[in-house]
Every structure is written in C-alpha cells, then in structure tokens.
Design a protein around this ligand. Structure first.
Ligand SMILES: NC(=O)c1ccc[n+]([C@@H]2O[C@H](COP(=O)([O-])OP(=O)(O)OC[C@H]3O[C@@H](n4cnc5c(N)ncnc54)[C@H](OP(=O)(O)O)[C@@H]3O)[C@@H](O)[C@H]2O)c1
Length: 287
C-alpha cells in the first residue's frame, strides 16, 4: 500500500489524481477528510496530523511506500523527520520526499536548510528513498492573480533572475511514478519546467496568452517584506520567505533540467499553457 501525505495540497493532490488514473491503490493521510477531493473515489483515507505520531503510526499500517510533502512550517523539518522515523519503525520500504532545488549541504536559508537536513535524516534510515527537488512552482503566480487582474501588473523582488518554473502537478506526477514502480531508489531528481525565464519573460508570456499588456515590476526586498507582511502572520515564515527570495534573486533557481521529460516520457507543462489554463483567474474585470 502507498501512503500519500499532503493529499489536499498541490503536489499530493496531483499524485493522488495520477495514481487513481493508473488504477494504483493508495491511502491518503489528511487532517480533514472533507478537504480531500478524491474521498469518494474508493480511496482509503487516514485522518491524522504530522504532530500526532500515533495517528502517523496508524496510517502507516501495511504501507510499503510513502510520499512526504507538507506546507512550510517552523517545525516542518522536525515533523517530517518524526514521520520518517515512525515509517522506518513500521517497516516502510521506500520514502519519497518533496524537497527543494536549493537543498544542499551549504544551504543557509531556513527552508532549503530544513529540507536538506530532513533528506539527511531519511538517508540514514534503513529504507530506500527518493528526493524530489523542484524549482519554483508556477502556482506561485496565482498569488498575483488579483494584481494581474486589477492592475495588469505584478511585483516581485527578483530583479532579472531566471527560474525554470515547474507546474506543481508535474511534481505530483513524478511522485506518483516513483511510488508506483521500482528503479528510483537512492535517486535525487532536480525537477524543472521546460524553459528558463526571468520575470520580464514571464510578463511577456502572460501578455501574449492573455492578449493584453502585463508588466513585471522589480520590487525592492523591503517593499516585498512590507506587502508580504500583510498576508503572512508568522514572523518565522515571513523571514524564511524573504530570505529565500533573496537567494532566488541571486540566481539560486537558474537551472533547467530534462528530468521531468526523462521520467514521464512527456514534456513538462510550459508556462504559457499554465497561464492559458488559469486565464480566468488572471482576466481583467469586466468594464
Ligand atoms: N512553492 C514553491 O515554489 C516550492 C518549490 C519547491 C519546493 N516547494 C516545497 O513544496 C512543499 C509544499 O508542497 P505543496 O505546494 O504541494 O503544499 P501545499 O499545497 O501548501 O499543501 C500542504 C499540504 O500539507 C498538509 N499539511 C500541512 N501541515 C500538516 C500537518 N501538520 N499534518 C498533516 N498534513 C499537513 C496540508 O494539509 P491541509 O490541507 O490540512 O492544510 C496540505 O495537504 C514545501 O515543502 C515547499 O518547501 C515549494
């Protein structure tokens, strides 16, 4: 049996959809069963929380492979490592962890540092593992949908830095593949979209798809922090995101790989296709 954590989130939900389409049985580990879209599709659901290791142990009964993915949180590393340790004790043979492209021994920003430390903990357990290290998610642009819709612009503190943005659902598809077939043991996959784009390129592609001019405004880190502070309550998370964006501005995500196409035999989603799919969210309000 496969266990998916994060099954109500972007990556985990996509992994669930992919496993369902392949007819591969799995169990979803969720905090709130009502939030799990595939609850009625014959999927096993285990209600629990990373903070409750008894609920983790119950969910892991009979599980051979598990996906670890959760949203960023001050205790994320501790919680994911707790899950992994319980999984090893329960006899899980293979853990697939969603990490980040900046996870590295010399990572200094809190989020990639936590991911790398968790990878290290998992690698020391007596089981197989696969680490998925994605670039920037295209879904992050949906946070700017209201601004694009209202003002035909979005602001980020990323200067002219490149990313090779990836659709989070492609990460989920890779996770489903790795969980449902052998051959990915002790592998690290650096997952990206199909092209390197700076955010002026991003605005240009949005302009073409949406058929109106969209502007990228290069924001200062201080202005970014001030705006973000209106949405993020946790000082830890505010610091962590600002620190991470400083690294992205310095080029930490300027890397494109062929891993998604190599693994899935289909190319990763292009950004223009993503914008076309979500054009409604970016569209200008009716006059
Ligand atoms: N955003 C990016 O550009 C980017 C790039 C590379 C890597 N990443 C990594 O991707 C991960 C996030 O993936 P995502 O976007 O798929 O996440 P997401 O959409 O934010 O969803 C987070 C999932 O984690 C679950 N969760 C959170 N806390 C939990 C807990 N205590 N117990 C059980 N479940 C819990 C949530 O459940 P609820 O629905 O109940 O809240 C939800 O299903 C992060 O580790 C991040 O560092 C992100």
């Amino acid at each position: 049996m496969i266990l998916l954590t994060g099954a109500t989130g972007r990556v985990g939900k996509a992994a669930a959809t992919e496993l369902l389409s392949k007819g591969v049985p799995f169990r979803a580990f969720v905090r709130d069963a009502d939030k799990f879209e595939h609850a009625g599709d014959g999927v096993e659901v285990a209600v629990g929380d990373f903070t409750d290791l008894d609920s983790v142990a119950r969910a892991l009964q009979g599980v051979t492979r598990a996906l670890i993915v959760m949203g960023n949180h001050p205790e994320q590393a501790e919680l994911e490592q707790g899950f992994a340790t319980v999984a090893a004790e329960a006899g899980v043979a293979h853990l697939v962890k969603v990490s980040s492209m900046e996870a590295a021994p010399d990572a200094t920003a809190a989020l990639p540092k936590n991911h790398f430390e968790t990878e290290q903990t998992i690698a020391e357990l007596d089981l197989d593992w696969t680490f998925l290290r994605p670039n920037y998610y295209m879904q992050n642009m949906l946070m700017y949908a209201a601004s694009v819709s209202r003002a035909s612009s979005f602001a980020l503190p990323l200067g002219r830095a490149n990313t090779a943005m990836i659709d989070a659902r492609d990460v989920g598809r890779v996770a489903a593949l790795v969980l449902s077939e052998g051959g990915h043991e002790q592998q690290i996959y650096r997952l990206t979209g199909p092209e390197l784009l700076n955010f002026h390129d991003v605005a240009e592609q949005m302009s073409t798809v949406l058929q109106r001019s969209i502007e990228y405004i290069e924001q200062t880190p201080d202005a970014f922090r001030e705006v973000l502070g209106q949405f993020i309550q946790s000082p830890w998370q505010l610091d962590a995101v600002c620190e991470l964006f400083g690294e992205i501005a310095a080029g930490s995500l300027d890397e494109q790989t062929t891993a998604v196409a190599d693994l899935l035999d289909t190319p990763p989603t292009p950004f223009a296709a993503f914008v076309a799919e979500f054009a409604g969210a970016f569209s200008a309000p009716a006059p």
